[in-house]
Write a new protein. Structure first.
Length: 140
């Protein structure tokens, strides 16, 4: 894979983070995620395809954290895969997976791997601290 393709793949993932996660832009989501997309680490009960990924951001995270933002710390490209270390931040103003709003600042650390083909997400794997954040919020 040449440098130009690596740069383009990194840009696709950066756009997804800024436009989809950060701004909630569904048009960008549909443009950047392939119909055959598979989320290999979809939460239990969520579809592994594009609709499950959109629901997580649009129906779960954004209502709970309406000021959701993304800070990208690192991005590494290896062939068709882009690894991103980032932090999602917001204020807990709505119920988040059963935890009532607390008004507290939330930071969810994430490392994800996205396989990009033809300028679109086709596969995703990820680990995050959402479970620890939920436990902390529930403790008060």
């Amino acid at each position: 894979m040449n440098e130009n393709t690596s740069t383009k793949n990194r840009e696709v993932v950066r756009r997804f983070n800024e436009e989809v996660i950060g701004r909630g832009d569904e048009r960008a989501f549909r443009e950047l995620v392939a119909p055959e997309f598979v989320n290999r680490t979809a939460p239990p009960g969520f579809p592994e395809g594009p609709d499950g990924m959109w629901r997580m951001f649009h129906e779960i995270l954004r209502p709970a954290l309406p000021d959701l933002s993304v800070e990208i710390h690192d991005q590494l490209v290896d062939g068709d895969r882009v690894v991103t270390r980032k932090t999602l931040r917001g204020t807990h103003r709505g119920a988040l997976l059963g935890v009532p709003a607390t008004g507290r600042a939330v930071a969810i650390d994430v490392i994800d791997v996205v396989r990009v083909a033809d300028g679109r997400y086709v596969e995703h794997w990820g680990v995050n601290t959402l479970g620890a954040v939920l436990a902390d919020l529930a403790r008060g």
